[in-house]
Every structure is written in structure tokens, then in C-alpha cells.
Design a protein around this ligand. Structure first.
Ligand SMILES: Nc1ncnc2c1ncn2[C@@H]1O[C@H](COP(=O)(O)OP(=O)(O)OP(=O)(O)O)[C@@H](O)[C@H]1O
Ligand SMILES: O=P(O)(O)OC[C@H]1O[C@H](OP(=O)(O)OP(=O)(O)O)[C@H](O)[C@@H]1O
Ligand SMILES: [Mg+2]
Length: 293
């Protein structure tokens, strides 16, 4: 592959579960993506940055080798590809692509913990992670590696149990399998190369990381404004989820009440609004936050 000098490279999944959310994050960080005629490479028009669109399995290696400076990949893939050499570093979790790698079993198998897997064949796309889990549990078992459709392995008598990703559980249910022990909890993470980018690009890299951190931390965060009776101020501010120290301002012409403005880092549910109201709050507004730094 010919690499372009003087440009940062970010590796993202080309298509699949993480592709769209990865592009959203890049866009929300203020990078304007231009889809060129090259399917492998998208350009960022307002900064010297390229997006390399690849299979997710290749992302950790590209970043570990410094072919890409940043990457977005699931922790499950990062963990599976990890080897003894220099590895990509996790910068931060991104809050999407959440799933769990689980042991799952068909109806005929009595399961009382990992020891029930002793001597059996287990199908998975994550042989290294599974081997480590089994070793830690002191269990010897045969691992059959499948690239996909792991959930059909028990029905085809290819394996007695499986170890696969679960999100809603619909795939397991459709195949008559029961989720058992958790092997790994996973979400998408931002990773960076163990080596610095080429000269002159460090500042840009730091700025992209900082912006992405801002996007991630503002997700779910809300700006809450309300009026509170002075007497109930402590109770009301204590109800605001993850608010730190709110701003309290006088209300013109009223000595008995104040205006409270707060950034809530956690989701603000209807139940919270009901409790605020019951505590005496009025004129409650919950606003989305677009950017945070
Ligand atoms: N059901 C799910 N819900 C949420 N996230 C998931 C789910 N399944 C997988 N993921 C996450 O999304 C990542 C990508 O999943 P996908 O199914 O697109 O991978 P893939 O088929 O290996 O894609 P590729 O063609 O890039 O190799 C997984 O590695 C995992 O981190
Ligand atoms: O618990 P659920 O919500 O059903 O999700 C779990 C399924 O999702 C993933 O596959 P995906 O749908 O991405 O298809 P793939 O196996 O072809 O990659 C994973 O491999 C499971 O099969
Ligand atoms: Mg893959």
C-alpha cells in the first residue's frame, strides 16, 4: 500500500456492526469525510487525515505497526489479536458496540460452571480468549475455530458448546442455546499506535483524541435548567444525576426561589423529573448538549 506522507491515518471498520458509529464519531469530532472513488480510503477534507476502511480483524495490527495512528475496534478483537510484540494502546472506551463474549450451551448439556466443559469440543471465533479463560479455570477442552455462524455448531454436532458474542440474546434464543459464563465484556475502543506519528502530526493527533473524548463524554449528557424554592435547593441539586456543582442564580423579583443550571453527566429519566417536581422544582427544561470540552 502506498502511504501518503504528512497525513494522519485512522483505521475504521469498512462495513459491519461498528462501521456507521465509527464514521459518526469521526464526523462529530469535526472531521469532514469525503468518499472518494477509492473504497479503501476516505479523505478528510478539512485536515490532513485519511480514513483507512478495513476488516475489523486487521485494525489492531495496522495500529500496532504504526501503519495507522489511530483505530476504532471492539475490545474482543483487540484482545484476540494481542501478541507478544508491540501492541496498540487503548486510548478510551467509546460507549458503543457493547456485547459480551459468553459460553452458551444446548439443552442436553448440564452446566454448573466452566468445569462442565472439561473434555468437550467448543466452537468459537475467539480461540485465544477462550483458551485463556479455560486455562484460568483449569479446564482442558478442544477448541474448534469458526469464522462465523458459531451458533449452529451444536446443532451440526460440530461442538458440544459455543463461545460467542451476545448482545440482545436473540441469536442464542433462535438457536435454542442458553447463555452461561461471561468470558469478556466488550465495547468499541479508540486505540493508538505505540510509536508517535510522523513529525508535525502529533498536535493534530492530540486534538483528534481530545475532540473524540469530548464527543463521547457529551453523549447522554444533558443540560438541565429549573427553578427551585430556596428551602428545597439542597434536596433538588442532590437529585440531579452526575451534576457536580450546579450554577445557582437569583430569579428577578423573587427572594424565595432560585434558578439552577447543571450539566448532568448521566441520563435524565422521567422518574428523575417526577422526583424533582415532587421536591418543589418548576419550569424544568432538559436540553441536549452538542459539544463538551
Ligand atoms: N450483536 C452485537 N451487538 C453489538 N456489538 C456487536 C455485536 N456483535 C458484534 N459486535 C461488535 O462489533 C464488532 C464487529 O462486528 P461484525 O459482526 O461487523 O464483525 P465482522 O463480521 O468480523 O466484520 P469484518 O468484516 O470487519 O471482519 C465485533 O467485533 C464486536 O466488537
Ligand atoms: O445477541 P444478539 O443481539 O443476537 O447478537 C449476537 C450476534 O451478533 C453478532 O453477529 P452479527 O449479527 O454481527 O452477524 P455475523 O455473525 O454474521 O457477524 C454475533 O456474532 C452474534 O451472532
Ligand atoms: Mg471481523
Amino acid at each position: 500500500m502506498s502511504t501518503v506522507q504528512g497525513r494522519l491515518r485512522i483505521a475504521v471498520q469498512k462495513s459491519g456492526r461498528l462501521a456507521e458509529r465509527s464514521l459518526d464519531l469521526v464526523r462529530d469530532a469535526g472531521l469532514r469525510v469525503v468518499k472518494g472513488n477509492n473504497d479503501l480510503l476516505y479523505r478528510i477534507e478539512n485536515y490532513p487525515i485519511d480514513l483507512l476502511r478495513v476488516r475489523d480483524d486487521d485494525i489492531p495490527t495496522f495500529v500496532a505497526d504504526g501503519v495507522c495512528d489511530l483505530g476504532i475496534v471492539g475490545e474482543n478483537v483487540l484482545e484476540e489479536v494481542r501478541n507478544g510484540g508491540p501492541n496498540a494502546e487503548v486510548v478510551m472506551p467509546l460507549g458503543f458496540g457493547r456485547c459480551t463474549l459468553k459460553i452458551a450451551t444446548p439443552p442436553g448439556l448440564d452446566y454448573a460452571g466452566p468445569s462442565s466443559l472439561q473434555g468437550l469440543r467448543i466452537a468459537t471465533s475467539y480461540p485465544k480468549i477462550l483458551r485463556r479463560f479455560l486455562n484460568e479455570a483449569g479446564v482442558q477442552a478442544e477448541i474448534v475455530t469458526m469464522r462465523g455462524a458459531v451458533e449452529v455448531a451444536p446443532r451440526l454436532k460440530l461442538a458440544a458448546a459455543i463461545c460467542d458474542l451476545v448482545s440482545t440474546g436473540a441469536t442464542l434464543e433462535a438457536n435454542g442455546l442458553t447463555a452461561r459464563d461471561t468470558v469478556l465484556d466488550s465495547q468499541a475502543v479508540l486505540i493508538k499506535a505505540p510509536t508517535p506519528p510522523e513529525a508535525g502530526l502529533q498536535h493534530l493527533l492530540d486534538s483528534v483524541v481530545e475532540r473524540m473524548a469530548g464527543v463521547v463524554s457529551s453523549q447522554g449528557a444533558k443540560y438541565v435548567m429549573l427553578n427551585a424554592p430556596r428551602a428545597a435547593l439542597d434536596r433538588i441539586t442532590a437529585l440531579l444525576p452526575g451534576a457536580g456543582s450546579p450554577t445557582v442564580m437569583p430569579l428577578s423579583g423573587r427572594d424565595d426561589a432560585v434558578a439552577v443550571h447543571a450539566v448532568c453527566q448521566e441520563a435524565v429519566f422521567w422518574e428523575t423529573l417526577e422526583k424533582l417536581k415532587a421536591a418543589g422544582a418548576s419550569a424544568i427544561l432538559v436540553l441536549p448538549i452538542e459539544k463538551m470540552m
